[in-house]
Design a protein around this ligand. Sequence first.
Ligand code: HEM
Length: 419
Amino acid sequence: MNLIAADGEVWRKHRRVMGPAFNGKLYDLVWKETLDTYREMVSAEGWLGKSSVEIPAVQRLTFKPPRASNGRFTIQEALQIVTERNLLLSVLPKWARLRIPFFGMRRTMEAFDLMTEFMHSQVQERKREIHTKGEEDLESDVFTMLVRANEDEGSKLKLEDDELVSYALDFIDQKFKPHADIKIGNVWSLLFAGHETTAHTLAATIGHLAVHEVIQADVHKHIIDVIGDDPQPSPESYSKLEKVLAVFYEALRLYPAGHILIREASEDTVLDIPKPHGQEGNITIPVEKGVQVSLNFFRVGQSSNLYLPLKVIVDMVGVQYNPRYFDEPEKFKPSRWCGVPAESEIFSAFSIGARACLGRKFAIVESICFLTMLLRDYKVEPLLLPNETRDQWAKRVLDAKLVITLGIKDVPVRLVSRK
Ligand code: HEM
């Protein structure tokens, strides 16, 4: 069980353990870490002193987690392999995983081992700190909170070892028969929830700014107005950078990383939903307790008034492209977010209500900081193929790609130094 998968009382327990870690102190830390990460990236990529650099896929940068290595490959590579491969692994019995000579299976298993070792070493380090440091000297980052809850013998909020760092995703047993052994501790679930989603959205933001020169110039001016050439802008700048937030929100609306949400009716109920945009009246759908609910409709025939509910999922792409809420929904128009209050439900890509994304502000602070620094220092241009126009680039690149989360295809760009 983990926070994302749990329901009812178990969910409440996990949320009570993790919720307090998502506070102002954490967001200041996220801001500072992101500044350091940005600087490290510029230096490690060898961009210093160059007037421009070409990046065949900007995802190569936005997907990079912290550096660490076991000599075979880095945590960066391991995490990428793990996120790409965990579904493939789940449909192979354990014994077959090391024996199957193709699909880079050995490398995949090594990546899992490295990630697991890394997680356990982090846990051990946090445990040492918990036992040796005083209360006031302990960090209040999410990882520390989770390990403390794991150490909290006798407490109602104790997290079991399984709930901390375990990982098993097996849908096939040793004899190739279907079964379900799923254990994804909170640390893994946070990694999956936070890493790919943010990385995809950053890539989509950069891709759209590359072809929307006027919008990019306006955002750049705004950044200069707010932080000037300060090499270490303070976390307080965050709340003033609303145009950077608007481009991030708009990219996330176009590519909602959490593209499906599963909901189960906890009691018999009736959904009363407006007909598609431009049509009068509502559709009423009875939903029985236990049914998994969809807000997506399938119209029977061209003109009939019969709608069949597809009772499977909440279709987040449908919500974000609904012309009832967004004019010209296919267009990249960040200005639609200007002046929208933070608590408005119109921005729903992190979901809304009790089960909304716990990492929303984490993701936003991190992304605003990264985009602000990148766009202040570099102009982003599309990296065109020979004889390709910008419009052709946009048609080729600005399209969706689905792995576990929804994202954008590889975004090739040129960064031109503004210094
Ligand atoms: C752009 C980045 C992100 C997007 C678009 C996003 C989107 C979402 C969505 C749509 C949900 C609801 C899922 C559902 O109800 O089935 C969710 C839940 C959640 N997200 Fe995020 N997320 C992002 C980043 C993060 C980050 C950085 C973290 C952690 C550091 C995080 C942690 C979580 C957690 C723990 C939940 C489950 C909350 C609960 O059920 O109580 N997310 N996210």
